[in-house]
Design a protein around this ligand. Structure first.
Ligand code: F6P
Length: 346
């Protein structure tokens, strides 16, 4: 039964760090809005910056064609934080007011915000200003509270795991300690999952503070056991005493100093955010997009679509805003890895 939405006009924006799957989510929103509910879809450029500057265009079915597999975001993104002022520019405080004015001038019935923690917090604050908003959780970091998983995460784990797989052969050939630093901001999800998937011997995540001496002891013990090389997988958010260089560079030098073993480091960086989404991310992003429009048709605003125990659900943005979903030290994956002899640097 197709429920007419009375020709609602919905805006959609993508904000924060890009990731594979955003265009799949835009496509899921757009096709459902246009084909199921006869809604009008307005694509806003470069995240909240586009709402401030009224930069937008109508998205038609044609615009949505062929974007399922395309990385990045066809709308562009920014890290604009309308409610966070630097205090250097008196016009900054007007940004939320401008967003609300433009939302009304554009005749929007709802604003779909695709983003991570910062975006979802901004969406929540805009809902307090009276805008109808729906959030869609995206980030490679998988650190959005309230949902099992964000799209972008699976693609990043695939990319990171392939990189780790490749490090094994060069580490073995040279009998080296290979360190790889992965993204994830203050959460260790990417390092944990790709570390296990890639057979990392040491997995360092921000949630479990490491001790250099423990890492050194573990690596020397492996050498004594005639294990000729080791792989150290590092989440970028772990403690880095030398801020001017990567933590992988710091730890590579320290491990060499403490053990005398030859080390090399790789910082995988933005490779983890690029390219086509994994099939799982394409499916998840599509699910989130279509579910968001169903919520809009029901005028169920102020919430984020979510996956809970494998089922599509929704969570009030008030519950999500300002929170992070971090790896608990007693996470079953951590315990299982420890039981298999993996070191977490403790
Ligand atoms: O939030 C996604 C993310 O890739 C983090 O993992 C990383 O720390 C951050 O963005 C990098 O931010 P930027 O794209 O602004 O350099």
């Amino acid at each position: 039964m197709t429920k007419k939405s009375g020709g609602m006009k919905i805006g959609i924006l993508t904000a924060g760090g890009d990731c594979p799957g955003i265009n799949a989510a835009i496509r899921g929103v757009g096709k459902t809005a246009i084909l199921k509910y006869s809604m009008q879809l307005i694509g806003i450029s470069d995240g909240f910056t586009g709402m401030i500057n009224k930069e937008y265009r109508e998205l038609t079915e044609h615009d949505l064609s062929g974007i399922l597999t395309v990385g990045g975001t066809i709308l562009g993104t920014s890290r604009e934080k309308p409610f966070k002022s630097s205090g250097k520019n008196k016009n900054e405080i007007k940004r939320p007011v401008l967003i609300k004015e433009h939302y009304e001038q554009m005749g929007l019935d709802c604003l779909v915000c695709i983003g991570g923690n910062g975006t979802l917090k901004t969406a929540y604050l805009l809902s307090l200003e009276g805008l109808n908003v729906v959030g869609i959780p995206k980030t490679i970091d998988n650190d959005v509270w309230g949902t099992d998983i964000t799209f972008g995460f699976d693609s990043a784990v695939n990319i990171a795991t392939e990189a780790i797989d490749r490090l094994h052969s060069t580490a073995n050939s040279h009998k080296r300690i290979m360190l790889i630093e992965l993204m994830g901001h203050n959460a260790g999800w990417i390092a944990l999952y790709s570390g296990i998937a890639g057979g990392g011997d040491v997995i360092l995540i921000p949630e479990i503070p490491y001790k250099e001496e423990k890492i050194a002891e573990y690596l020397l013990r492996r050498t004594d056991e005639n294990k000729p090389y080791s792989i150290v997988v590092i989440g970028e958010g772990v403690e880095n005493p030398h801020k001017e260089r990567s933590v992988a560079h710091y730890l590579s030098n320290r491990i060499n100093e403490l053990t005398g073993l030859e080390t090399r480091e790789t910082v995988l960086g933005y490779i983890q955010r690029g390219g086509t989404p994994s099939p799982m991310d394409r499916v998840l992003a599509t699910q989130y997009g279509t579910a968001a429009v169903d919520m809009i048709a029901e005028r169920d605003f102020g919430k984020m679509v979510a996956l809970k125990n494998g089922h599509l659900d929704s969570v009030p943005l008030s519950d999500v805003s300002g929170k992070l979903k971090l790896v608990a030290p007693d996470n079953p994956l951590v315990i299982q890895a420890l039981n298999m002899g993996t070191s977490f640097g403790v």
